[in-house]
Structures are given as C-alpha cells and as structure tokens.
Design a binder for this molecule. Structure first.
Ligand SMILES: [Zn+2]
Length: 248
C-alpha cells in the first residue's frame, strides 16, 4: 500500500472516531494527492470510522476538474463521469469528489478532511452564521486557521456545491492573496485543507474549539472579535509562524 493511502486511512479513522463528534455513519469524506495527477478519495457509502484499503478509490484529477467547467449535468451524467474518472478501486467515488479536486488543486494542499462537526454545524445552521464567523476570537485560532475563513452559502451537495466553493475560493484569493485553511459550508459542514494529515486534524480540532467558544459568547453578550491590527500582528509574528510549522 502506498504511504499516502495509509496516512489517509489513519486520518479518516481519527476524524470518524465518535468521541470527536465530527461525523456519524457515512458522513464526511477525505482525500489525498497521489501519483500520476490523481488523488485518493473516500468511496460513496463507506464510514470514516471504519476506513480501510477498500474505503477509497483513486480518480484522475483532470476529468474531474474539466467537469467543473460544465454548468449543468444530470445526476446520471455525474455518476457516469465519476465512474469514468476512477483509475483504481471498484466502488463509486463520493459525490463530493468534485469538491476535493478543487481543494487539492490549491498550492500546498495535500490532504483534505470534510466533516460535519456538531459544534460547527450548530453555528453554520444558525440565522446569523455568516456574521458570527466573520471575525477572529483568539490568537491560536489565527495561528492554525489563518486570519480569515472561506464562507460558502448553502448549495446542493455535489457539482452545485463545488461551483459555489470555486466562486468563494476565487473571491478569497483576490482579497487575501493566500490559500485558505478552512472552508465553511453553510447549513452543512467544514473542510480542513492541510499539507499533512496531522495538519488537517489540528485545523479541524481548532475549528471545533473556536465554534464552541463562539457558542459560549452568545450566552454572554455575543462575540468580541479581535481588531484587524491584532489579527495581522498575530498572523505575522515570527514566533507564531514557527509554532504553526510545529503543528504540520
Ligand atoms: Zn458533507
């Protein structure tokens, strides 16, 4: 077995561990870049907690990215396309394969973890989710998650969601000139983008902690966001950059 696939299996099992309350049953999916312009992604109908060699399929990146350029595809066309893009494995790739291809196309992103943490979904399903998630609350959040997160309004899972994410990624790049670490999916869940499997875990756990703190602030007058100057200071401090590197 290739090393990246064993790392992906381990990452998936930790994300799927019921103690972390990130997913239940078949929720969530993971991926990693692989050789020959391809990537491993979770197969449809498998559980993260029980991930093994049979839980993943390897798909070609190009056919998936090309499909993203097409506006409307029927459900049958999407399924056929996913089957045709599969280069290794017998199962059907997850419907969120399009989303993973987009994220793995970003510079430095090797692993992607998509989960539905209860703590994050509670905020993302709330009436003021965009506003509540628009600022930074504490220094370690900035160190691990970056100064800003990508926020994506609700879209139908699959190709429509991938189109919505592509749009917000372009807007984020234009505004912040950097690769995001977190993508928030309204009324749905989160994506953690990492250069290593460990980074996907630390990003996911810090994001969950941030959402719990955010929920706590709502019982005490609402969040008090750090100022833009404080956020920039933490983001640029050499000691914080060194700490960030330690978590990879
Ligand atoms: Zn999902």
């Amino acid at each position: 077995m290739t090393d990246v696939r064993s790392e992906l299996i381990e990452l998936s099992r930790v994300l799927g561990d019921p103690h972390h309350d990130l997913v239940i049953l078949g929720e969530g999916n993971t991926s990693v870049r692989a050789a020959g312009d391809s990537f491993w992604v979770k197969a449809s109908g498998t559980e993260l907690a029980a991930a093994d060699v049979h839980s993943f399929v390897r798909v070609g990146r190009q056919p998936i990215l090309e499909a993203l350029g097409r506006e409307a595809l029927s459900d049958e066309e999407v399924q056929r396309l996913l089957r045709e893009a599969t280069v290794e494995g017998n199962r059907a790739p997850s419907i969120e394969t399009f989303l993973h291809a987009l994220c793995l196309d970003l510079p430095g992103v090797q692993f992607v973890g998509h989960t539905h943490p209860t703590a994050a979904a509670a905020v993302l399903c709330s009436a003021r989710s965009r506003e509540l998630l628009s600022g930074a609350l504490f220094p370690d959040q900035i160190v691990l998650l970056g100064p800003a997160l990508v926020y994506v309004p609700y879209a139908d899972p699959g190709l429509p969601l991938a189109h919505a994410v592509a749009q917000q990624l372009a807007a984020f790049e234009q505004q912040h000139h950097r690769v995001p670490r977190v993508i928030l999916l309204e009324n749905h869940g989160v994506l953690a983008l990492g250069s290593t499997a460990r980074e996907v875990l630390t990003i996911t756990f810090m994001l969950v902690k941030m959402c719990r703190i955010l929920a706590g602030t709502l019982a005490a007058g609402g969040p008090r966001f750090l100022t833009a100057a404080s956020v920039e200071r933490i983001d640029r401090r050499p000691d914080e950059r060194a700490r960030r590197a330690d978590f990879k």
